[in-house]
Design a protein around this ligand. Sequence first.
Ligand SMILES: *Cc1c(COP(=O)(O)O)cnc(C)c1O
Length: 368
Amino acid sequence: MPKASETVLEIDLKALEHNFDYLKSKINPNVKMLGVVKAFAYGSDAIEIAKFLQDLGIDYLAVAYTKEGVVLRESGVKVPILVLHPQLMNFKAIIDNCLEPSIYSSRVLNEFIGQADHLSQKEYPIHIKFNTGLNRLGFWENDVDHVISQLKATSSVKVKSIFSHLAASEDLLEKDFTLRQISDFTKSSEELINKLGYSSMRHMTNTSGILNYPEAHFDMVRTGIGLYGFGNSKSENKKLKPVASLKSVISQIHMIEKGESVGYNRSYQASGFEKTATIPIGHADGISRQFGNGKGFVFINGRKASIIGNVCMDMLMINVTDIECSEGDEVIVFDSSNTAENLAESVGTISYELITAVSQRVKRVFCR
Ligand SMILES: *Cc1c(COP(=O)(O)O)cnc(C)c1O
């Protein structure tokens, strides 16, 4: 790639393919793979990533909200798309766009059956979600009989899969809890399948679940962060390649004297003669104000420069007193060696939050 001459998010599709292959190598050949492309494919670009995953032969995609799925359908994505958190008002759009809803409560099931009937659907694919301990969305184990009675009363929907979500798959100190989730899910899903009288796919693991709990792969696995290059552990991170690199450029360099301040509210004061650089990326681009005042950092010509003062909406300033650099030089916010995970850690957050925050204002460029 040429050096950045404005703020860009570079998306390395070769790295995505590498991660896809690596995750595939962790599952049996008969286990399907679902790629999670919610939130603009974790802040990158949902359409490009979905199409690329489709070309790689992914079995399923998932988004969080209906609108995200509609965008993919409108851009020609053909693989099945699971909508993880559909809202009742979007059920018509779900059916019109051949999206497949996660059904997580009797209220949702009832409404969806109503809409499917209304649109004269037969055996429309739905996915039944069990809550096994995350306590976010899902039926409880003792809802099975009620679900069955709702399903037996209609032929407009058909259960294509049954799934659940792990709460702490990356944390081996929570192994007992996770194993309990897995066994509860095994039990509830078996009971549901027996009572349904037809078979249905089952899936439970996210990226860390794929890596840490092979016994929970069932018929399909769901991977998000792994595709984008993070494995939630030092050893897995080594095997994966971060897909997104956030780069920028030095707009201006200032020489300031002791006692001068930098940025809004004058929160940084120079302790001597210093050199600062202004970078065209701010909190509106996804670098939150938490990174200001010495917490966050960027890299210039391989050297680490800390963010000084408050992060502005469209810019931030860094201290480059000891760094050989000029206006127009490339700035690395994160890339495959100075990772988003490291930068996220500087403010006590995780790679997921930092990469998904990169706003749509930032230009995306693809390396193929
Ligand atoms: C976001 C999400 C995933 C993907 O999780 P990763 O940790 O990014 O692999 C899987 N399943 C559900 C239900 C999700 O919401």
